[in-house]
Design a binder for this molecule. Structure first.
Ligand SMILES: Nc1ncnc2c1ncn2[C@@H]1O[C@H](COP(=O)(O)OP(=O)(O)OP(=O)(O)O)[C@@H](O)[C@H]1O
Ligand SMILES: [Mg+2]
Length: 525
């Protein structure tokens, strides 16, 4: 968490430098100095945080930096409150002039507070050298580099970009796809429902997508549509999505009409589109059987072999969604499939893991075993390890995992959190921001990158901002922290975040917010 807090302080200092007030009372020099120093410290923290539980000196050092970062944020907040820009208007001007003296005094006070922070920073830098607290790993995150914008980050990120091919990764489950394909094509004319259930991250959506995009299905079902339901949904919106998905191309006037239709009209419209056609619809991530009940009237049964695939985490939804549905409980990956998935995930685009030493593969095997065949855990683990090129780093991850095993297996929430902790400060911000999107929503990647830039998460001195934003996006994909939803001309056009990772982003953002509030409150009281 320190990493994110220090990064927040660095950002606040950067923002402060753009204000006019900074040119008074030597503030600029002090603020610039502090921003640079904290920026340098940030580069040590990420790795240091991982070590802190084992080393008391490190713990102390980190807590001092955290405190300085909090103090910095609090001083800047004070400054904005007490000596912010004068308000316009006659009475406000009067007020401003009346407060001029106290404003000057406050500025002086702030300048002194910054100076005393400088002394504390110098002091802890000295301690770091005196007590031999050094940067522990040169290759973890931004490691030994001076600041988050160094050339090596760009180099590292470029390398990450070169092996993005995760959208087509599908491993194992051959028997599953065989069974489900047989069900899709069996000689049964009535429109039937196939429901796939299993725990979060087991691969239900991935399996359904594999079927949906298989050439056999594409040839036989000319009418296909995909809709994601989630916990909160609006039936009208689901119907609109289905119509657009079946129609493939909806243009101007039709789009406008659809937007204005109410639920009943939408239902009728969809029935008209599908009448007489053999279709396949995937209704993904259903939490309540009522969701399908409210949609099913829109799906005609013309006894032509049409099919609906439903995916859900809940067994009772899967079994009760339709009287005669074919219910499939998705299994976990076998050990061989798990290993295969891990190896593909860590390969640098060429499908091989020959950059790993035998020792790494041995450790990898032990860690994959603890994933218990859960694909999400395996891809996140792979995404975490494929950025680590030294055996020692793999050892560290393993030790971390072993310390947090529950009933001898890895808890997915812990692994996701570990993967988050491994992100650089700026990437953490970019990831946390994803928590603000609705569950299962399609995220327009161009927009997302602009939003990141506007929020100030992308600061680049040695590369174009857009290039850095692209690299960040790719790094999150490679780490399996976001998924590619759609590509255009080989570039990612839409992405989405898995529910469990979105939950993590929201939870981490709340933790940081609470922490900030507590510190600020304790200063104010
Ligand atoms: N067979 C597979 N091959 C490759 N990757 C897979 C496979 N199954 C799952 N994954 C990966 O695991 C992640 C989680 O899978 P998926 O989203 O399909 O799970 P889910 O069962 O639909 O979870 P939820 O219930 O949360 O919707 C995906 O990002 C995907 O990359
Ligand atoms: Mg799913």
């Amino acid at each position: 968490m320190t990493d994110a807090i220090v990064s927040f302080a660095v950002k606040q200092l950067g923002d402060f430098l753009t204000q006019e007030i900074v040119d008074r009372k030597n503030l600029r020099t002090r603020v610039e100095w502090l921003r640079n120093e904290l920026g340098y410290m940030q580069s040590f923290i990420q790795d240091a945080e991982e070590k802190q539980s084992d080393d008391h000196r490190m713990q102390q050092w980190i807590s001092e930096i955290t405190d300085i970062a909090h103090n910095t944020v609090a001083i800047l907040k004070d400054c904005n409150l007490k000596v912010g820009a004068p308000k316009s208007g006659f009475f406000n001007s009067l007020q401003t002039y009346a407060c001029l003296c106290s404003r000057e005094a406050n500025l002086h006070n702030i300048s002194q507070q910054l100076e005393s922070l400088k002394q504390r920073v110098l002091d802890i830098s000295r301690k770091r050298e005196t007590y031999g607290i050094r940067n522990l790993s040169n290759s973890a995150g931004e490691g030994a580099n001076r600041g988050p914008n160094s050339r090596s980050i760009i180099k590292r990120l470029r390398r990450a970009t070169s092996y993005v091919d995760q959208d087509r990764l599908f491993v194992g489950f051959e028997d599953v796809t065989r069974t489900l394909l047989a069900e899709l094509f069996k000689m049964e004319c009535r429109r039937s429902v196939i429901s796939i259930y299993g725990m979060g991250g087991l691969g239900k959506t991935t399996v359904a997508r594999e079927l949906y995009n298989s050439s056999k299905v594409m040839e036989n079902f000319r009418y296909r549509a995909w809709v994601c339901v989630s916990q909160e949904y609006s039936t009208s919106d689901l119907l609109r999505t289905l119509i657009k998905s079946f129609r493939k191309r909806c243009f101007g006037d039709e789009l406008k009409i659809i937007e204005k239709m109410d639920e009943e009209d939408l239902e009728r419209y969809l029935r008209e589109i599908l009448k007489g056609h053999k279709y396949l619809a995937v209704v993904d991530d259903v939490w309540h059987k009522e969701a399908w009940e409210s949609l099913k009237r829109a799906f005609p049964d013309d006894k032509n072999g049409s099919r609906v695939i439903i995916t859900t985490r809940k067994k009772d939804v899967a079994t009760r969604v339709d009287d005669r549905s074919f219910v499939h409980e998705l299994r976990f990956l076998t050990p061989d499939e798990s290993w295969d998935l891990f190896c593909k995930k860590i390969s640098h685009g060429d499908g091989y893991n020959n950059w790993c030493s035998a020792g790494m593969l041995d450790l990898g095997g032990q860690m994959v075993h603890k994933c218990g065949g859960l694909p999400l855990a395996i891809v996140v683990l792979g995404g975490l390890l494929c950025h680590k090129e030294r055996l020692q780093e793999w050892h560290e991850v393993k030790e971390h995992i072993w310390r947090h095993l529950k009933n001898d297996s890895l808890e997915i929430s812990f692994l996701l959190s570990l993967s988050y902790d491994d992100l650089s400060g700026q990437l953490k911000h970019c990831f946390l921001y994803l928590g603000s999107f609705l569950e299962d929503s399609l995220i327009d990647v161009e927009k997302l990158k602009w939003l990141w830039m506007a929020e100030g998460f992308i600061t680049a001195r040695e590369a174009k901002m857009e290039e850095v934003a692209d690299h960040y996006l790719n790094e999150l994909v490679n780490r399996s922290m976001i998924q590619i939803a759609d590509k255009m001309w080989d570039k990612i056009a839409y992405c989405r975040i898995h529910d469990l990772l979105r939950d993590l982003a929201v939870q981490k953002a709340i933790e940081i917010l609470i922490y900030h509030r507590r510190i600020l409150n304790s200063r104010e009281n």
